[in-house]
Design a protein around this ligand. Structure first.
Ligand code: PEP
Ligand code: MG
Length: 757
């Protein structure tokens, strides 16, 4: 059964459209379950009807014509209860509803399961049999599993407007004014053109892309085939001495496939239909993979992997040619299943208007980067039909997390207006750049910038930041092919310290692991965020840690504006070991005759254990910096990158607020300053609360700085403290968020927390 299930799932995922996916499902399920009927109904929210979309066993003419109201028939019973219904004699059930044209009268056994995506019923999957008996338990679990797989494909189709089209909606409903929802990733709105990016050599991730120059794509494809042929011949020759002839037969098979009319011929046909070479290749290969997978003979079925492998090889050659040709229009909205930092960096300066990623969340490092560059971003837009929207007009609303694909004219005009207001608001706020971050009752709350890229040091400087509160040193490590030398690190740190001098700069020691991997230092773990990460790695590799802190202290010679920050501290022993190594590096440098000064040393409070041991840590350091990104993830047990649980990720959750409050109290008891450098610091609503709790300074993306400065300049510490008292009484994050947002609307600055002015 598992094997059948796997094939069906693959078939659904590879179907070019929903119609074909549904047809495949009803055919396969009916066969696998030896049922007499299998049908799929889609729920039409607008007309409040369940519509028969595919069937095998009922009259095919009924497709699209059988429509049941939301309170009619067994179908709606399954949908409204959102659970399965299994009956031995359906016609006797009071909810049974009979359509004479369907030919349904002879069926007695009925098993229906809802198709649910994120708590929403999208449709119903049904099998029926002539036998007067219930379906068994295996059938129930099988059908539930199929329905759960179908849900993803249906959600995609709903998001791309395909379901609306299928359901033959009126023009009004078909105008794509409904957004696809994701998560706010970076404030601002982007109105532009979708440019879909994808990881290299991943055939499944290749999007469809329309082309003009068919001959050029044919040439790219033919030359890729030629290169792969040469590659395989060379490979086979190289292995001739080491592999017996029969094992080398695979290479001959590859060559045969390459030359076969089906592979090349079908791909060329797809190209002639207007698809680019990579997309045409994907269609052909996936069709062949499907045919082989379905073969009963295990040997032949496994050949599907070989075909896929061959496809990957051809693809990598196509991409070598395409890579140089990637075009970015002046209003690029970068879209991908998972966007990484280097994809972002590829876009020429000034052309990137927005970022939309189907995975990740606000605290994913790519969202942090987008904010650092002041680019609106939407993360975790799971239902975005990434493969089908390259080149489409899109709108990304970084406040609400909504994405509109091919929006209607009215939506587009509205967003162009909002974007204009946004620009006006930003320039109004820019007038605050050189004003002090001082509350109405004259309390100074220094605002610092978070950075990590040399290219965003300049925006940080121009944003009016009073220093760098968090320099993520891992970024320069991530873009290299090996660990940077002490000299290379020295130059990077020196530049930052010099540019900001005499303002303070807090350099954090290497914090890799989790979602930040170094290409040359692979870490394979089941739970990377609970694994070898941050200080845990560098203490295990003192040679890396010592080089880094030496470079930092040398870079500060004569400037003396350096603070060192230690990430992921969980125990007092880790802190003691880190301080021991920093002291050793300091002594070494003195012995070498360098006039280094011992910098201030602080810890990130980002692991719940550190909150509960804040007093013990405070005794031993010069400052605290609260990393609310990780603290929220660890306190709420919600992966900061996982879009499935992103709705639960909330830095205003009362537990997070109390942890911050407790940390501030410890810092005050020990007379050390405490700042917040997580993304929360740049959120105007959250900043209000942090100031009221007694946080001494805030560090954030440069693009958030003036917004938060406005908040500080328009409030008294007393009022912020009162707000904290009110908010700490509240029992959930959403209530807190709504309450704080309403304060902004009341003070005429709703534009700080939503699109527009
Ligand atoms: C944090 O965890 O809040 C933080 C600032 O560090 P990073 O986002 O780099 O993990
Ligand atoms: Mg962190």
């Amino acid at each position: 059964m598992l094997d059948v299930l796997r094939r069906i799932v693959e078939e659904v995922n590879n179907a070019p459209n929903l119609d074909q996916a549904l047809t495949a499902i009803v055919h396969r399920v009916k066969q696998a379950m030896s049922a007499d009927v299998c049908s799929v109904y889609l729920s039409d929210e607008n007309l409040k009807q369940h519509v028969l979309m595919a069937t095998e066993g009922l009259n095919p003419e009924s497709v699209g014509n059988i429509r049941l109201g939301f309170d009619e028939g067994l179908v709606s019973l399954v949908a409204s209860r959102a659970e399965l219904v299994n009956l031995g004699n359906a016609p006797e059930h009071p909810r049974y509803y009979y359509f004479p044209e369907s030919g349904e009268e002879k069926f007695n056994g009925f098993l229906g399961v809802p198709i649910i995506h994120h708590r929403k019923v999208l449709g119903v999957l049904i099998v029926q049999s002539m036998r007067t008996e219930k379906f068994d338990q295996d059938s129930e679990t099988f059908l539930i599993t199929i329905a759960s797989q179908l849900a993803g494909a249906m959600a995609h189709a709903a998001a791309s407007g395909e379901i609306d089209r299928i359901l033959k909606q009126t023009d009004h409903l078909n105008d794509n004014s409904k957004p696809i929802s994701g998560l706010p990733g970076g404030p601002g709105v982007a109105v532009g053109t979708a440019v879909v990016v994808y990881p290299l050599a991943d055939l499944k991730a290749i999007p469809e892309r329309k082309i003009q120059d068919i001959e050029a794509e044919i040439a790219i494809f033919n030359s890729a085939i030629e290169s792969v042929r040469e590659e395989i011949i060379a490979l086979s020759a190289r292995l001739a001495e080491r592999l017996p002839t029969e094992d080398r037969a695979l290479f001959d098979a590859y060559l045969l496939m390459l030359d076969s009319e089906s592979l090349a011929g079908e791909t060329l046909a797809h190209i002639r239909e207007g698809n680019w070479a990579a997309g045409a290749l994907r269609l052909t290969i996936m069709e062949h993979v499907k045919v082989f997978r379905e073969m009963e003979d295990p040997y032949l079925s496994e050949r599907a992997d070989d075909i896929y492998d061959l496809g990957q090889r051809v693809l990598s050659h196509i991409q070598r040619t395409n890579q140089k040709k990637m075009e970015y229009p002046s209003d690029t909205v970068l879209i991908g299943e998972e966007i990484n930092a280097s994809m972002l960096a590829e876009v020429p300066a000034g052309r990137l208007k927005g970022v939309v990623s189907a995975r990740g969340s606000r605290t994913s490092h790519v969202a942090i980067l987008a904010r650092a560059l002041g680019i609106p971003a939407v993360m975790g837009a799971k239902d975005l039909p990434v493969g089908r929207i390259d080149g489409c007009p899109v709108i990304a609303d970084g406040y609400s997390g909504n994405v509109f694909v091919s929006p209607s004219r009215s939506v587009r005009e509205e967003y162009i207006r909002l974007a204009k207001e946004e620009a006006e608001l930003s320039s109004e706020l820019m007038t605050l750049r050189d004003q002090p971050a001082m509350t109405k009752d004259q309390v100074h709350i220094p605002l610092f910038a978070n950075t990590g890229l040399l290219s965003d040091v300049t925006p940080s400087l121009h944003s009016g930041a009073e220093g760098i509160g968090l320099y993520r040193t891992e970024f320069p490590f991530m873009i290299r092919q090996r660990f940077p030398s002490e000299e290379e690190q020295y130059r990077i740190y020196r530049q930052v310290l010099e540019v900001f001098h005499p303002r303070p700069v807090t350099l954090r020691t290497l914090d890799v692991g989790g979602d930040k991997a170094l290409p040359y230092f692979p870490i394979e773990e089941d739970n990377p965020f609970l694994g070898w990460r941050g200080i845990r790695i560098t203490l295990d590799h003192p040679e890396i840690f010592l080089v880094q802190v030496r470079a930092m202290m040398r870079a500060a010679i004569g400037l003396n504006n350096l603070n060192i920050l230690l990430p992921m501290i969980t125990t007092v022993a880790e802190l003691a070991d880190s301080k021991f190594l920093i002291n050793r590096a300091y002594e070494e440098l003195l012995e070498e005759g360098l006039e280094v000064k011992l910098p201030k040393i602080g810890v990130m409070i980002e692991v719940p254990a550190a909150v509960y041991q804040a007093d013990s840590l405070a005794k031993r350091v010069d400052f605290f910096s609260i990393g609310t990104n990780d603290l929220t993830q660890y306190l709420l047990a919600v992966d900061r990158n996982n879009a499935n649980v992103a709705g639960l990720y909330d830095s205003l959750h009362p537990a997070v607020l109390r942890a911050i409050y407790q940390t501030v109290q410890s810092a005050k008891r020990h007379n050390i300053p405490v700042s917040v450098c997580g993304e929360m610091a740049g959120d105007p609503a959250a900043a209000l609360v942090l100031i009221g709790m007694g946080i001494d300074s805030l560090s954030m993306s440069a693009s958030s700085l003036t917004r938060v400065k406005w908040v500080i300049r328009n409030i008294t510490i007393k009022r912020a403290q009162d707000l904290v008292t009110e908010v700490l009484e509240m029992e959930d994050g959403q209530t807190i968020r709504q309450y704080l947002n309403s304060r902004f609307e009341m003070s005429g600055m709703g534009g700080l927390v939503r699109a527009g002015k």
